[in-house]
Design a protein around this ligand. Sequence first.
Ligand code: NAD
Ligand code: LMR
Length: 341
Amino acid sequence: MRPSLLRTASQHLRRRRDYSSSAAQPERKVAILGAAGGIGQPLALLMKLNPLVSSLSLYDIAGTPGVAADVSHINTPALVKGFMGDDQLAEALQGADVVIIPAGVPRKPGMTRDDLFKINAGIVKGLCTAIAKHCPNALVNMISNPVNSTVPIAAEVFKKAGTFDEKKLFGVTTLDVVRAKTFYAGKANVPVTGVNVPVVGGHAGITILPLFSQATPASNALSHEDLKALTKRTQDGGTEVVEAKAGKGSATLSMAYAGAVFGDACLKGLNGVPDIVECSFVQSTVTELPFFASKVRLGKNGVEEVIGLGELSAFEKEGLESLKGELMSSIEKGIKFAQES
Ligand code: NAD
Ligand code: LMR
């Protein structure tokens, strides 16, 4: 065969291969609400780099045209569109498979996550009302704080609208896992890439309960005091960043990474990739609390299985009992707000 014909044949084959691989992968739309913010912008960047995303919808009350124009120049397949203000929210959400919500105010030094409730509860309620209307089947990844209350608010809004599906609502607690992995690897002196640590409970202070007794690879090098210190550092990780930023907000870059990891896991689950397990704050019967973070298996419809806690150390059992009061009152606060407002 002439070299030019050989070249044509191999180009044809490559095109066919490209076509068949893209035909096998479903089109997926991801919407980010709060996309012009400290988390929203780097999260938009990371989702634009995700090959599972075919359409990326960037919504905020201000600033999205610029963010969308910027991110859209990156030569990856996801088609990027920016949407700004209430009038454009419906179009931003239409057809979304996954909606990621980092909209709302962040903490300043001296504040608790619950101090954000006053402003963020209303923002989340409004956005979830629109989700119920325009993309009721989407998986919702809630980042806005206080997660222990904003997830119950979202659930109530969806229940009122008649669209609630407990398999599709997630509080994003991945940053707690990311921190626990990093801190454990540093202390146990093991390569961080192979580390796994489940983190259960909720996403605020003592409600964040890392299960270092289940960390892999296991380490004999850590004393009880080390484990207590690792637990405290994981629980206070958000505050560590808030104080270091000294009034300029809370974790944005590590959160965008964590949000992208969790968003990717949701997309893989939707696409039928087996054995996708991440920790998340979901409707749960693992404890007596109606919402609880634990390992969750993700599948084609969202949550496929909420995985139990496994064996806990005496220290972790104690931590579990002492977080329940605070977590329950944050959950109840969210439910009450959504029912009464
Ligand atoms: P930010 O102020 O930098 O950005 C928030 C964005 O939300 C802004 O661009 C703002 O315009 C937008 N926004 C406000 N109201 C909106 C509405 N009604 N619709 C759409 N967008 C709206 O804040 P940030 O640092 O990105 O943090 C956002 C939220 O994420 C905070 O509540 C913060 O506490 C939370 N957070 C959660 C985690 C977690 O682990 N789950 C980690 C870090 C931060
Ligand atoms: C975090 O854990 O970094 C976030 O919840 C932000 C915060 O206020 O700490």
